[in-house]
Design a protein around this ligand. Structure first.
Ligand code: IVH
Length: 697
């Protein structure tokens, strides 16, 4: 019914009666949706009720009294989360799985710092909470921002939701620094998680697989009044940006200070001095794991001395001064009901075991990867087999082995298909490859859909409203066939007989949110853009290198065209890029040689602003772009430390001296390299001169 059309015939009395009815109905649905998390009508229907109410009030303004739902918009969902840059990046951790790997970690730390075997390196051990990380920013002791980790450099603003968590202080006591970023983990207690799931089940709503998912789902609610109803907690474990003047010298003191400022910290923290103590702590916590009311998936060891932490710095996304010792994978036994073949973005056929659902360490598992054809043969896995499966952290569950002695004889061997199940094209295995690939390329719908999913994924275009299910649906319905269609969707929607908002599960608001999140991505960095194309072997790091080397899409396209000739200089330049060898170059050039791909690029270029790649900020580093060689024994820092520092300031560190060397830094007892430098007339610096140059004395 069209509210506006019927209104003009209404008397004031009729309008008031209708308003009363509508208001009551909307309130009922608000409550069901926001407080009980159990909507009874679709977004579209709800939107229709609200629109009718608004039209009535526009016609009869008297009706818009303070009790009307239009005056109480507090609960209306927001448009999505704003992006937030982390000035101090939110790092991840590298993992170790054994005592041996832990010893390697300690040896690396010692080597980097130039400490010998006998010198103890004190570590702080704390549980690795299985939740989601969050950064809290306080200015003048008031909570002003809460953000997710995102990709480490940029997360999302979840302030309103985090404010509903009782563990998070909204104001810090006197004496706390003026600017303080607290890093920690949002999590849900096991007991609360079970109660929440019982409630969800009773109300016929989504059951969460584990406390981590439940916590993440709750934090990611666009409406903070839902988050408020979820039992969330927060453990603090570290600091981001801090105003100067905080006199703290160890990680342990950080934990103590956090406690003093009113944060919850785990009571499982311990300072350890050697590997024996570390292993004892590990065994101990592993034993207590089941008794804790929160999920942990390992132990984090952090070098306790903050000065040493600073010297150690970080590589890529993980600090050199910390490591996670993961607990062993959890295992269970179940039955393989069937084997499905999934077709990936590059055409790889992956066999996936469909399992009798089973709980593994608190998570219900119903699929497990079988990796490839050879793996099935090697493990002799048959349909109907009882199998041992395992799940470690957030990796895809795996089938460890078939229990052959439990066979009844009715199990069936799996015959790996030689045709793509999605498009029927031949699937072939190239020599030396374990993977069988669909040769359908552009005609294969499964590959197209997977490429689209990759295109909108977090490290690529990061388009929030376009989840996997929606991509699949829109592809099937012809709304999005290629990446550029995403940016034409809003226009196209205007001429659809059934616009998106009218589709099942959609409404005005969700449609608007979708277009907002697409439009927010019309500006994209060049490196993300390259990564999003989903070219085989071009991961995030290589995409950055390519973006750095070519600067713009225009340059890159020209270079790729020229490099099709393998004798050309452009080809040699391509191979000179770090990470790019002949095989990567083949994939890259293959992509650009394909006319259809070039059309996609043109269409995207027309719809987007592609921003030049921003190289990591090396400030006004005096050594950016310079080539440096270290030789002899350095006094102030170890060789790896000197190398890391130089690289972080934008220099290239080489192992031998040539005429391209800008500086040779000569420590005590320098030999042939120093001699060569003098011969070639390369600038030679003492260690002190070097430190002066980089401003570090
Ligand atoms: S320290 C600089 N400590 O683990 C090191 N992380 O795999 C970065 N986590 O993103 C974090 N408990 O979400 C640290 N006690 C703990 C932790 C912890 C859980 C999470 C955190 C981080 C992830 C890294």
């Amino acid at each position: 019914m069209n509210g506006a059309g019927t209104l003009f015939n209404l008397s004031y009395e009729d309008a008031r009666a209708r308003h009363k009815k509508l208001a009551a109905e909307i309130k009922k649905h608000d409550k069901l949706y926001y407080q009980k998390d159990a909507p009874e009508i679709s977004d579209a229907e709800y939107d229709r009720l609200r629109r009718e109410l608004e039209t009535l009030e526009a016609e009869f303004p008297d009706l818009a009294d303070s009790d009307s739902p239009t005056q109480n918009v507090g609960a209306a969902p927001s448009k999505g989360f704003k992006k937030v840059k982390h000035d101090v990046p939110m790092l991840s951790l590298s993992n170790v799985f054994s005592e041996e790997e832990l010893e390697d970690f300690l040896a690396r730390v010692r080597r980097f710092l130039g400490l010998d075997e006998s010198e103890p390196v004190e570590l702080l051990a704390e549980p690795k909470i299985d939740g989601l990380s969050c950064s809290l920013r306080y200015e003048r002791r008031k909570l002003v921002l809460a953000a997710t980790r995102g990709d480490g450099a940029e997360g999302e603003d979840i302030t309103e939701n985090v404010k509903t968590i009782a563990d998070v202080p909204k104001e810090l006591p006197k004496g706390a620094p003026d600017i303080l970023e607290v890093r920690g983990e949002i999590y849900m207690r096991r007991s609360d998680f079970e109660k929440l799931n019982e409630r969800q089940e009773k109300e016929g709503k989504q059951i969460f697989a584990n406390p981590r998912n439940a916590a993440a789902g709750s934090v990611r609610q666009l409406d903070s009044s839902i988050t408020k109803l979820r039992p969330l907690h927060f453990f603090a474990y570290g600091l981001g940006e801090v105003a100067e003047g905080l006199k703290i010298s160890t990680q342990f003191e950080i934990i103590q200070a956090l406690g003093k400022w009113g944060f919850q910290i785990t009571d499982q923290v311990e300072v350890l001095k050697d590997i024996k103590a570390i292993m004892k702590n590990y065994e101990g916590l592993l034993g207590r794991r089941a008794d804790l009311d929160y999920d942990i998936d390992g132990i984090v060891y952090k070098v306790n001395d903050l000065k040493l932490q600073e010297r150690l710095g970080f590589v890529s996304r993980a600090p050199r001064w910390a490591v996670a010792h993961k607990f062993p994978a959890e295992q269970a036994i179940t039955v393989i009901k069937g084997i499905d073949i999934q077709v990936g973005r590059t055409g790889a056929l992956t066999p996936v075991a469909r399992l009798e659902p089973i709980s593994v360490g608190g998570v219900v598992v119903s699929n497990a990867t079988l990796h490839n054809e050879d793996e099935i043969l090697r493990k002799d896995i048959r349909i109907g087999d009882r199998v041992l499966i395992q799940r470690a952290g957030d990796v895809i569950p795996q089938v460890v082995q078939a229990l052959a002695d439990k066979r009844s004889g009715a199990e069936k061997k799996f015959i790996f298909p030689e045709k793509c199940p999605a498009c029927g094209s031949l699937a072939i295995r190239e020599e030396g490859e374990v993977v069988r690939r669909c040769t359908g390329g552009l005609v294969c719908p499964a590959q197209a859909v997977e490429r689209l999913k990759h295109f909108v994924s977090r490290l690529a275009f990061d388009i929030e409203g376009l989840g996997s299910k929606i991509i699949e649906q829109f592809y099937e319905d012809g709304l999005i066939k290629s990446p550029a269609d995403i940016f034409r969707l809003e226009e196209k929607n205007k001429s659809l007989t059934v616009p998106i908002r009218k589709r099942e599960g959609w409404g005005d608001l969700s449609e608007k949110n979708l277009f907002d999140s697409i439009n927010a991505r019309r500006n994209i960095s060049f490196n993300r853009f390259i990564y999003a194309l989903g070219i085989r072997q071009i991961g995030e790091a290589t995409a950055k290198r390519l973006a750095g080397a070519y600067g713009s899409l225009e340059n890159m396209k020209a270079a790729m065209k020229a490099a099709q000739n393998r004798e050309s200089e452009s080809y040699a330049e391509l191979l000179a890029i770090e990470d790019v060898g002949p095989s990567v170059a083949d994939d890259l050039l293959g992509f650009f040689a394909e006319a259809h791909n070039r059309e996609i690029l043109d269409a995207l270029e027309a719809a987007l602003t592609i921003e030049p790649f921003e190289a990591p900020d090396v400030g006004n580093s005096p050594i950016a772009g310079k080539t440096v060689v270290f030789t002899g024994t350095l006094e102030e820092m170890t060789r790896p430390e000197a190398k890391a520092r130089a690289e972080s300031l934008g220099a290239k560190v080489a192992g031998s001296v040539s005429k391209n060397t800008d500086y040779v830094v000569a420590g005590a007892d320098a030999g042939s390299k120093l001699k060569k430098a003098t011969e070639l007339g390369v600038t030679v610096l003492t260690e002190t001169q070097w430190l002066e140059l980089i401003g570090n004395v």
